[in-house]
Design a protein around this ligand. Sequence first.
Ligand code: FNR
Length: 378
Amino acid sequence: MAKPLDIRELKALAKRRVPKMFFDYADSGAWTEGTYRANETDFHDIKLRQRVLVDMTRRSLATTMIGQPVSMPVALAPTGLTGMQHADGEMLAAQAAEAFGVPFTLSTMSICSIEDVASVTTKPFWFQLYVMRDRDFVKNLIDRAKAAKCSALVLTLDLQILGQRHKDLRNGLSAPPKFTPKHIWQMATRPLWCLEMLKTQRRSFGNIVGHAKNVSDLSSLSSWTAEQFDPQLSWENVAEIKEMWGGPLILKGILDVEDAKMAARTGADAIIVSNHGGRQLDGARSSISMLPRIVDAVGDQIEIHLDGGIRSGQDVLKAIALGAKGTYIGRPFLYGLGAMGKDGVTLALEIIRKELDITMALCGKRDISDIDRDVISD
Ligand code: FNR
């Protein structure tokens, strides 16, 4: 296959390289996947204004997210099991993001640990926290993120209980991979993936095994994970985590104006308008359709970021135009990773940067800081 030119082509390549259960894990949403689809299609309904005869010689995409410089307003979203798209996936993605000058966010549910990622990067990365019922373990994670000099904590609020994803249930997804005949066949037909996976020891949840109480092996891990998400998570807990962490804090999973107002009152540094990539509440609105209302309600009080459905530089531009200071990509970088390892993550970022740069110019803008609702057509 020729070198992918857009995220759609990267996805097609990833599908050929990654065992079905892990490709499906990335390419899935909750129940009917309606919200997952709307995240993408609602971007298509937003149209841009084409402008001409503006001097476009010098252009810049550089900006900041929570005051930290970024080469473009795109971070890598936290994604669980990333090391199953490609061996050592989190380490490779973090290195690609660092070289590109954009933030990498490590998930609590990653395969490579905080320490693994810290050992292969030189600049701070961000850490995403799920508040588990075992608060000693939460403290352990925060202490480790501090020791690794993570420069932001991304606190996920929209997973008090786990959404139901049919593909995962059908595939009997697990990490490490199961060894039923079906799974062995899925892996055997992806020999390059297997070869890389055989070379690494990192095949389970690196932040958890050996760190959480009573989780020393894989059988104890699965029962522990199933019961650890906290259905009682509250705004008081957010304040406690903020206090415990003491550094830049980003609240992820805000999709409602009332929640956005509550989030702004916590004194966090930013919120991410997000529905978890359509993986939690199917039937919720797309992130981009909620963005303008949330910006109107709290945009003057807190920095606003967005994720969900971004598949191109045009999508990034639309989110920025509607008031986001930064965006995140989840699946696009996972497809890159699955398709081509670290080079694929770099390629996903390059594709988006090029599209963003050209789109910005064709809208008659030279600098990302000049982008506002003016570029959106009625
Ligand atoms: C996620 N997401 C996620 N979010 C989070 O806070 N912690 C996590 O561990 C995960 N895990 C995860 C796995 C996979 C495979 C996906 C696709 C997503 C949600 C993620 O951070 C982000 O909100 C979405 O991925 C954004 O949507 P797009 O860019 O994938 O459309």
